[in-house]
Design a protein around this ligand. Structure first.
Ligand code: URA
Length: 439
């Protein structure tokens, strides 16, 4: 391969010039074999963040990241996965995956851990005692051939370049870059062998994309990449201006998912999960139209078929499936403190990101990589956007440990002072899904 220097590559990107596929490949390979230093890579990430990347550059970056590890190929149209850009209380995977699987879709879910203010699917499922997420890639491949749903954590074998780059982005304020998000997500999804991808692009105060126009650009970028690899892809732009559902925190969120699968969940979470599952069912070729797919998805919930799939998944992966019927088998923090509404009015807005940071403060997230998560702590929101509220009514319950009373007082104050805004007039009912683009 032609020899480049990192200095020249940085100079080029600093001035907003297009890098060639060879230069991108040389850089990523160098990062993996340590001939490119992490400090040089972070400088490049910031230059990319500031100057962007062309479609050609994004495609080249995706390709080299995808091929930095093993790639699976199931050669099966019914293998479809979903990915979310992350948000607060975002737990749809536990609902849509069993629904889609109950309707004949094969779901190869390689999920992530919490990042920044967002929670992670892998951390959440570990709140089920015994559940194993550390499957080997061979185990994962065999299981998916035999079964319809497998859930595991990221392995070093899949897109290892993303692992390094992701960790660098996390600490250098370079997460919310459209080409970097595209390459990160698509390299992993393409490597796990999905033939169809449903993307939930979160927009709002609890998302990496805060405006609809930026989210639309990300959707277009992801669709373009999916098309280049001949994969079907649906992107939904969805509302992340308030927690999705009512629960934030690992055990609380799982309980809420079980309730949705028992047909007893909150409206926004139920609507979004069914819609995402229906897109998976449709692009997997299991339904002719979205209407038919939605009907199938609803039936999978009403008949209890989706819950059975989840029960089998938990048991197959070493977990205690009894949790579905007895929530006491999971660790839930024993002390409950109410956050009371300071005045009459309507819930006007949430500074949603802050809720994620406050949950971390309580122990429900990591400040450093080695932190152990407390699955039992969290928030349960009784009031959501547009709800009428009265002075003295509970806005939310904080689940915590006995020795956290002082922290909880400070958290409640922050929630009331700078996170939950109460207005005099009733705001418009928030939409759950803003837009949809498909290739
Ligand atoms: N999720 C990912 O996997 N990568 C990103 O860059 C952002 C969200």
């Amino acid at each position: 391969m032609t020899h480049f220097t990192m200095y020249q590559i940085l100079e080029k990107k600093k001035h907003g010039l297009e890098l060639s596929p060879e230069e991108i490949e040389w850089t990523i390979k160098g990062l993996l074999n340590k001939s490119v230093a992490e400090y040089q890579m972070t400088a490049l990430l910031m230059a990319i963040y500031l100057n962007g990347m062309t479609k050609k550059e994004t495609a080249a970056l995706t390709d080299v990241m995808l091929n930095s590890g093993r790639t699976l190929n199931f050669n099966d149209q019914s293998v479809v996965d979903k990915h979310s850009t992350g948000g607060i209380g975002d737990k749809t995977s536990f609902i849509l995956a069993p629904i889609a699987a109950a309707c004949g879709v094969k779901v190869p879910m390689i999920a992530g851990r919490g990042l920044g203010f967002t929670g992670g699917t892998v951390d959440k499922v570990e709140a089920i005692p015994g559940f194993r997420t550390d499957l080997s890639l061979n185990e994962f491949e065999t299981k998916l051939k035999e079964d319809s749903l497998v859930l595991m954590g990221q392995t070093p074998e899949i897109a290892p370049a993303d692992r390094i780059i992701y960790a660098l982005r996390d600490v250098t304020a370079t997460i919310d870059s459209i080409p970097l998000i595209t390459a990160s997500i698509m390299s992993k999804k393409l490597a796990e062998g999905a033939n169809g991808i449903v993307m939930d692009i979160k927009v709002g105060s609890g998302a990496f994309m805060s405006s609809k126009s930026e989210a639309k650009k990300l959707a277009k970028s992801i669709l373009y990449t999916a098309k280049a690899y001949d994969k079907r892809c649906v992107t939904l732009l969805t509302n992340m201006n308030q927690p999705l559902g009512r629960a934030v925190g690992h055990t609380l969120e799982l309980i809420e998912c079980f309730e949705v699968l028992k047909d007893n969940g909150p409206q926004d979470l139920t609507v979004l999960s069914l819609e995402l599952a229906a897109h998976m069912i449709r692009i997997a070729g299991k339904a002719k139209s979205q209407t038919q797919a939605l009907k199938m998805a609803k039936h999978a919930v009403k008949s209890g078929a989706a819950l059975k799939v989840f029960e089998k998944l938990i048991a197959d992966q070493g977990g205690d499936a009894g949790v579905i019927y007895n929530y006491d088998l999971m660790d839930l923090a024993p002390v409950k403190s109410e956050v009371l509404c300071p005045k009459d009015g309507y819930v006007k807005s949430f500074v949603n990101k802050e809720i994620g940071f406050l949950c971390t403060e309580l122990g429900g997230g990591r400040k450093v990589k080695t932190d152990k998560i407390d699955f039992g702590v969290g928030f349960y929101f009784h009031k959501k956007l547009g709800d009428k509220v009265k002075k003295g009514e509970s806005l939310l319950t904080i689940y915590h440990r006995q020795d956290q009373l002082d922290d909880v007082t400070a958290i409640s104050e922050t929630l009331l002072e700078s996170v939950i805004k109460i207005g005099r007039t009733k705001p418009a009912k928030p939409e759950v899904i803003y837009d949809l683009f498909e290739n």
